[in-house]
Design a protein around this ligand. Sequence first.
Ligand code: 9MR
Ligand code: ZN
Length: 573
Amino acid sequence: MRSTLQEGTNMAIMVNQVGYEAGSASKKAVTSAPGGYVLKNAAGEIVWRGQTGDAVEDPLCGETLYPLDFGSARTAGKHYLENESGERSDTFAIGRDVLGEVHNAMVKALYFQRCGCTLEEKYAGPYIHAACHMADSWIYGEKGHSFEARGGWHDAGDYGRYITPGAVTVGHLLYANKLYPQSFRETLHIPESGNEAADVLNECRYELEWMLKMQREDGGVYHKLTAWRHAPFVMPEEDRDDFYAYPVSSLAVADFCACMALAARVYDSVDRVFAWRMEAAAKLAWQWLEKHPEPVLFVNPEGSNTGEYGDSTDADERLWAAAEMMLLAARRGEDRSGYMTVLGQILATGLAVTDFGWTDVAGFAALAVLTDFRQTAGEEIREIFRGQVLREADRLADLGTRNVFAMAMEAKDFCWGSNMVVTNRGILLALACEILRAGIKDMSQDQAREAAARMARYQEVIQAQIDYLLGKNITGYSFVTGYGDHAYRHPHLRTTAADGIDEPMAGWVSGGPNGRPGDELAIREIPAGTPPMKCYLDREECYSLNEMTIYWNSSAVFVTAFLRSRAAAGEIL
Ligand code: 9MR
Ligand code: ZN
C-alpha cells in the first residue's frame, strides 16, 4: 500500500509521473519538506536548482506542504527531483507531447470493454477473451419476451451496460474530437483501424450500435441492460446470468436522444446511412419525450444490486436533448422552433449548465450551443450559457488558489468517482477558454489582453487537474494504470481480477479518493476523519475508491485532448 506520507519517511515529492511539456514555464511539484531541490536527468546530472515556495496548510489532504516550480528547466528526457537529504521523486519525462501516449491509452481502454465480441490478441495483446453475453436479453416485467441486444461497452468493473453513462461517454468523446481533432489522429490498433474514420469514432460506434438496439418501437429507451445482481469475479464469457432490459426512463430516452442527434451530425461525413439511422432514432426518442412531459425516473427493483444511475430530475437530460435536436434541425434546414421553446423553458428555471457527468448532463447543452458555429440558439440563449460557464470558470480558478495542488477542488468534492469531478472541471475550464478565444477577434487590445490572461489562468488549473491525476497528489499514485512509476495496479475490474495477468491493461482512470467511502474494506481501513484526498486504497475490493468506468476515462480524455492541442499549438504556459 502506497501513501507518500505513510511510508515511514514522512517525506514526499509529488510529481506528475508522466511528464511535463519542455516548453512550459510552469512545471509544478509539491513537497513535504521545504528547502533546496535539484532536478537531475537520467545520467544523474543536475540540470536545475531551486527552492520551494511558502508553506501551505492544505485543506484537501490536511498536511503542511510546499509548492515547487521547476519551470525554467528545459532539458528533454527522463528526470527526477531530489532534495538536500538525497530523497528522490518518481521519475517523469520532460519533452514534447508528453500526454500523447496516456491519452491514446485512455481511449483504447474502451476497446477492452467491448461486449459481444471476441477480443483478439492482435488488438488486445494478452487481454484476450471469447465473445461474452451473447444470449438474448429478457425484458424485465414482460414475462417471456426476449430480444437481441448484444454489443456496447461493459460500463465499468461490472458487466452491465447502461444508457445514461454510455451517452455521457460518447458525448465527452465526440465533443473532444470535434474541438481537438488533432489529438485523435493516431491509430488505436482496434479492428476498424485504417478505415476512413478517426479511431475514436470507430470506438464510439461500437457503443452507438448497441444503444440503437435499446430503443423500442414507440421511441422509449430501456434504462439499462444488466443481470439481476452483479456477477462474481469471473471472465465475461463465463458470466451466463440472464440479462434484462430494465424499464424505460425519461433519463435514458433524453440522453439517448441527445447522443444520437449529436452523433448523427458527427457521422454524417463518415457514414451517411448510419447517421440517418441515428437521426431517425433521435427523432423517435424526441416524440416519446413530447408524449411524456412528466419525468419517468428510475429506481432499481427491490433486491437487484446492479447500477441504478438514478436521478431526481430529468430537466438537464431534456435540455441536452433539446439543444442537440435544435442543432441537428439547423443542419438539415428543418424547423427548430419546438426545440428552441423547450430549451428556453428549461433554461428559464435557472438550471445550472456547468456539469458533464451522468447525473447532470446540462453542461453538454452548453457545449452544444457554444461550439455551434451557426450560433443557432440566438444571442439571448447563448448569453445565458456563456455567462454561467464563465462565472463557474472564475469560481473554479479561485478554488485553484486555495490549495497547494492549485486544483479546482474543495474537500467536499472528493466523492465516489472524484477523479471525474477533477476532469469534468477541466472540461468546463476548457470550454471557458474556447468561449474567450472565440470572442477575442471582436475585442479591444486591452480586453484581448485581459481575456488572454484569463485563459492562461484557466489553462493553469486544467494542467493542475491532470498533474493531480498523474501523481501530483498525496497518495503518491498515478491514477491511470500503466502510466507512472507508481501507477495504481488493482482496479476493481472483473476482467483484471479474473484473467490471471499481473498487470492490468494500461489506460484506466481510477475513481479516486472518496471522503465518504461506500465499500466494506474502505470503511474498515480508512479511519473516520481522514482528510479526503487521503481516502484512497489501491485495492481491488474497493469499488467505491478504485473502480474504473467508461465515463471517467472519457472525461479525462477530453482534458488531455485539450492540453495536447494547446501544446501542439505552442500555447504552453
Ligand atoms: O459512478 C457511480 C457513482 O457516482 C455512484 O456514487 C455509485 C453509487 O450509486 O455508482 C457508481 O456507478 C457504478 C454503477 O452503479 C455500476 N457500474 C459501476 C459504477 C462505478 O462504480
Ligand atoms: Zn459482455
